[in-house]
Design a protein around this ligand. Sequence first.
Ligand code: PPY
Length: 302
Amino acid sequence: MPRIAYFGPQGTFTEQAARRLAPGHELTPAETISAALAAVRKGEADAACVPVENSVEGAVAATLDGLAEEDPLVAVAEELLPVHFTVLVREENAPVRTVASHPHALAQVRHWIERNLPGAQTVAASSTAAAAVAVQRGEYDAAVTAPVAVEHYPLPVLATGVADVPDARTRFLLVQPPGPLPAPTGADRTSIVAAAENRTGALAELLTELAFRGINLTRLDARPIKGNFGLYRFFIDFEGHLTEPRIGDAVAALRRRCNNVRFLGSHPRADGVAPTIAPSAANEDFTGAADWVAAVRRGETA
Ligand SMILES: O=C(O)C(=O)Cc1ccccc1
């Protein structure tokens, strides 16, 4: 049975995502995102489940950096979870002076804390569940957690359904070493990372390769290349699957322009949204045009 490492400990949002992405599989918590990825690279796990972005705070830097560096890992599936929080406390009816959680969680409940726990100090924890563990240990007064955390950490519940932004979502990836790609479904996402050269127009050229082929971007993030101040890697997600002629053509062009392009996966979209395809950019347009060139080369047409 495949072993899945997930960003834990037990009771994180990522564990919930892992249960949905790999039902019935053996799940092992890792303390950090990079430890979950390292478990796969070392062969201790077959795949890792990690958060990649959320609709309030944006990209999860540890995941992006962890996928761009060291041995390649490729996303084979994604999950989208609605994110609202439960606030657990050490002691019922006691004053709350410190509130711990993952920074992405704290960012999503800032207003709620200002209104309901005025003056409380927020403290970053490695995950929402790690914050609950710290509250159990008596280190902090409250933890902002995933709703399932209460099953693992039986602390008094101060509030449920907490969220500054209604309908916030987090997207999670299931990543594994390069292997056969998941089959295309017609509603897929492809991800790459590339370090564009530091010269005028370098990023625009990469994006233009996608735009020319009528490919709709779903995300663009920049992350600094550590040790090279002022240089960035660009994480580009777009609609479509590498096996499609229009996508294969675009990814080949990116690779031609930029030999450090790394493929981060083609997999079904969790929201099932089908691509927007610009006029003359359908796969049949690409194969039709290539067939015509082949026939011209053979001298059969002009
Ligand atoms: O800490 C967790 O529970 C995570 O899985 C990371 C996270 C944090 C905040 C919102 C969504 C995911």
